[in-house]
Design a protein around this ligand. Structure first.
Ligand code: SAH
Length: 345
């Protein structure tokens, strides 16, 4: 059955017209869905019983069932685990810091990229998410926040999955989440993170919106990158760097390079030096993420002194960087970890 949260405003309008309904219904319904985050027609108080029934016959409203909600000790990270219609499990994370309310959405169940340090890859790819399954992660969390007088103001596509391998559903979700007539979040407040799918980056730069792009680089050269990211074998390093430069040129958005620091593999001064030379004149930000241990993976966290030395070298080259000491690691809120805990004994 068609899902209401997978449709553009124009598609919703067309459905009402076809059903012989007045055109203002599209505005009424989208206000319930996107401004009030109400996903149950029973709560749409300005609709008659007949209309509610008609809406339910025409499409489904909710595709995620909340299975679990976990809160980190500091209360800043909340992890939502959802069950999908086929029993698959999915997670989204809400990260609260100061006034920022960031939702980290998943784009696939599992992930095809199988990066050496990541929990999601251990599962492999189960399936792509539909547009509605992506959009509803934001709406369910919006509904949770609205009850406390707050609202989602940033979205990052950094949960489970590789968003550019589910291009069409992800792009449609971006249209819905940024359309002022629907969820209406500013494009500048949305970041898509990719392992580096060159053709996907090129296609994304041709879309009409200008969202931020984060590249999961994790290595200063192809040799090391190939060791930790199987996808690197498919793509030439220089060509990937150029594709990202072209994204910046086409959209005017600066790029973030994500770099998961793993002890002994990519966290030494020579790696920092090489990374700094690679990015020196790019006006970019490097987001350092100390490896967050995943059970069953034989990798080590970087030490504090190694992290500091790495950062000092980036400073020497005047490269903007942030270091994300993993938020919510007491609830295993790093990419894919909760769903994996549920799947693996
Ligand atoms: N497939 C996309 C988005 C999902 S991963 C991508 O590769 O960018 C989002 C980020 O989580 C990546 O930058 C990755 O480095 C980080 N990540 C995944 N597992 C991690 C772990 N165990 N420790 C630290 N960072 C991790």
């Amino acid at each position: 059955m068609m899902e209401w949260t997978s449709l553009s405003f124009e598609e919703i309008s067309a459905i009402f017209v076809k059903a012989g309904q007045p055109s203002f219904r599209a505005k009424q319904l989208t206000e319930w869905l996107y401004k009030k985050a109400v996903l149950d027609p029973a709560d749409m108080t300005n609709f008659s019983g007949d209309l509610k029934n008609l809406l339910k016959e025409l499409g489904s409203f909710s595709v995620l069932k909340r299975e679990k909600l976990q809160e980190s000790e500091d209360g800043e990270t909340l992890k939502f685990l959802w069950k999908l219609h086929d029993g698959a499990l999915l997670e989204s994370v809400l990260i609260c810091s100061d006034k920022r309310r960031t939702v980290c959405v998943s784009s696939q169940v599992g992930c095809p990229a199988r990066c050496a340090f990541c929990a999601s890859g251990k599962m492999g790819l189960k399936r792509n998410l539909s547009t509605a399954e992506i959009v509803e992660q934001v709406l369910q969390i919006e509904s949770y926040l609205l009850e406390q007088g707050e609202s989602v103001n940033h979205i990052v596509y950094m949960g489970m999955g590789e968003p550019l391998e589910n291009f069409d559903s992800v792009v449609k979700s971006l249209r819905i989440l940024t359309d002022p007539k629907l969820f209406g979040l500013s494009q500048r407040h949305i970041t898509l993170s990719t392992v580096g799918v060159i053709e996907g980056i090129r296609k994304l730069s041709q879309e009409s919106f200008k969202i931020n792009l984060a590249l999961s680089l994790h290595a200063p050269n192809q040799h090391i990158r190939k060791k930790i990211i199987p996808y690197a074998r498919k793509y030439d390093f220089d060509e990937l760097m150029t594709a990202v430069d072209e994204y910046k040129e086409a959209t005017g958005r600066d790029i973030t390079y994500e770099y998961t620091l793993i002890a002994g593999i990519n966290d030494q001064p020579e790696h920092a030096e090489e990374l700094a030379k690679l990015l020196q004149f790019k006006h970019c930000t490097v987001n350092l993420i100390p490896y967050n241990p995943v059970s069953g993976l034989n990798l080590e966290k970087p030490t504090r002194p190694d992290i500091s030395a790495f950062r000092d070298i980036l400073d020497d080259y005047e490269i903007n960087h942030t270091c994300r000491y993993t938020k919510g690691d007491d609830i295993a809120a790093a990419c894919g970890q909760l769903a994996l805990q549920e799947v693996l004994p």
